[in-house]
Design a protein around this ligand. Sequence first.
Ligand code: ADP
Ligand code: MG
Length: 254
Amino acid sequence: MKSANEEHASTSEPVIKVEGLRKSFGSHVVLKDIDFTVMPGEVVTIIGASGSGKSTLLRCINLLEIPDAGHVWFHGKDLAAQHVDVNKLREKIGMVFQGFNLFNNMNVLDNCTLAPVTLKKMDKAEAESVAMGHLRSVGLEEFAKADVNTLSGGQKQRVAIARALCMRPDLMLFDEPTSALDPEIVGEVLGVMRDLAKDGMTMVVVTHEMDFAKNVSDKVVFMDQGVIAEEGSPKQMFTSPKHPRTREFLSRYL
Ligand code: ADP
Ligand code: MG
């Protein structure tokens, strides 16, 4: 049993802490000096114009990109440290992309059980039972045996979310999860994400869905040309943004 103090200490430690993060592609400096913290259970949305570095920041958080400088700590472990098993840590970080990235030659259930069985060595029957639970929570239980190719975009993205959850992540990263969807089905994916947030999942969400940022997130981060120009509560960001670039950006959504 942990003491109350230890319990408290472990819950007040950031899930992700980024400090002094820099990343360039050739001579193009894409992330200039990023400090960024996500606490347990927090939902952080990242907004900003195309090209401002949002995806690169997410990709540095799970080391799909290697930073040029700075640190990324995940539960206090420096991801750049030599002895850290990046693959093991990455299993605890779920990622959902704009383009779904499902295995199109497999059915829905096999998409969900592949990583738990191969990476986590989970028993197939247990992996299937976990997957069915997540498919139920995203409203796709009856599609378990369906071919991925037969699904709509919204259904594919809900499968992608369920699949990520099957790895029991501590953190979920979403990179414009609804940008490839027809407007009328954006809501079904945002609904699933809202449920996940309500369940206490720690989430970082790059999005242009300002209603989601406003109503679901705890913190809004505005990126502009490789820096975090401003961050704050949704209320502060949407009612009294301080930075002129934030004001200009948000005015496009009014
Ligand atoms: P956002 O997600 O905010 O649209 P990105 O992080 O995707 O921005 O990109 C930021 C900048 O970095 C863009 O100018 C983009 O062209 C550039 N960039 C991103 N990835 C690469 C890459 N792998 N190679 C070269 N340039 C890249
Ligand atoms: Mg992007």
